[in-house]
Design a protein around this ligand. Structure first.
Ligand code: SAM
Ligand code: SF4
Length: 334
């Protein structure tokens, strides 16, 4: 049967060209805003094999997906994950325009070079603090030096690094200007993110929720922030910091809605397609993949995903309230 090549366009006429594929929900850190200390991970048998993920990715590329971001959990803790990167790297220039990943950086000293060799050019690395004690408090692991070595290794391998920082009241909020200055001095762009109410964590997320307009106002008392047209097709709105020369992005799922430009869908490590990070609309791609007629079932499932993709998310973060979604970001794929 010939491949279905109909482009993915949702009910609001948004063309979907960007897939975020979670290769595992497991992680070697336990960031306190992301997951509880005793996180229950999915049984391994429920997770797609790398061959299934590859097959899925090829079906998406046939339908006009041009950018794939591998994520998790921590994508680099999945054994043999680099084989998937190599296989997808072969599609670069043949339907796929960009292959990238989001990582916590702990394993990058080992993987930066193989990633670059496979055709990855840009990666996002999460870094909420450069203070070792705060890093350990936030991530419940003493791994800051591994992460900083990993970021250096990525740069040395020629990867363009963007740092992602979740702004956290009373934790890293006073360090943010230093982090931005450091990132820019290293030649890295940086994006600040508001904490989102996804999945239960120990304690109240709202205690550390910090609206980014507050940070932006503070930075404006120190620096000149020049709005940029630059966009990676994502929710980040960028400025150039005149004094550092670097780019700074703001992702504001709570204080500013960006859904009108949404071009993405997410697939979990078990093959569940989520049409929106903040919604429950879901299609089971694993069942399609494991059916008697995977090509036809997958095509139907992707069409269904386009029908159900919601117009926008509705996040609220409030004391005592249940999370907007029970799924952790590490499950849906951050
Ligand atoms: N483990 C990798 C990492 O940390 O980069 C990839 C997955 S992680 C879920 C992706 C991004 O989501 C990270 O930048 C992390 O800080 C962010 N994140 C996790 N939980 C979040 C939440 N509840 N609200 C906002 N950002 C969150
Ligand atoms: Fe792991 Fe990333 Fe979640 Fe931190 S944010 S616990 S590194 S998945």
């Amino acid at each position: 049967m010939s491949a279905n090549t109909a482009p993915l366009v949702d009910a609001f006429q948004r063309r979907i060209t960007y897939l975020r594929l979670s290769v595992t929900d497991r992680c070697d850190l336990r960031c306190s805003y992301c997951m509880p200390e005793m996180m229950q991970f999915l049984p391994k048998k429920e997770v797609l094999s790398l061959e299934e993920m590859h097959r899925l990715a090829l079906a998406f590329i046939d339908r006009g997906i041009t950018k794939i971001r591998l994520t998790g959990g921590e994508p680099l803790v999945r054994r043999d994950m680099i084989e998937l990167v190599l296989a997808l790297g072969r599609k670069l220039g043949d339907g796929l325009e960009e292959l990238t990943l989001t990582t916590n950086g702990t394993q990058l000293t080992r993987f930066a070079e193989p990633l670059a060799a496979a055709g990855v050019q840009r990666i996002n690395v999460s870094l909420d603090t450069r203070d070792a004690a705060l890093f350990e408090q936030l991530s419940r692991r003493d791994r800051l030096s591994d992460v900083l070595d990993g970021i250096a290794a990525a740069k040395a391998a020629g990867l363009k690094v963007k740092l992602n920082t979740v702004a956290l009241k009373g934790l890293n909020e006073n360090e943010i200007p230093d982090l931005v200055a450091w990132a820019h001095a290293q030649g890295h762009d940086m994006t600040l993110i508001e904490a989102m109410p996804l999945g239960e964590v120990d304690g109240e997320r709202v205690d550390h929720y910090l609206p980014l307009p507050i940070i932006r106002d503070r930075l404006e008392t120190m620096w000149t922030l020049e709005p940029l047209d630059y966009s990676t097709g994502g929710p980040s709105r960028y400025v150039r910091v005149a004094e550092t020369g670097g780019r700074l992005g703001f992702i504001t799922p709570l204080t500013g809605n960006f859904c009108a430009f949404c071009n993405r869908i997410r697939v979990t490590a078990t093959g569940q397609l989520f049409a929106c990070l903040g919604g429950s609309e879901q299609v089971d791609l694993r069942a399609a993949l494991r059916s008697d007629d995977p090509d036809a079932r997958l095509a139907e499932a992707l069409d269904e995903a386009m029908r159900i993709k919601p117009e926008r998310h509705h996040f609220e973060i409030a004391r005592g309230a249940a999370p907007a979604q029970p799924r952790h970001m590490s499950v849906t794929g951050g």
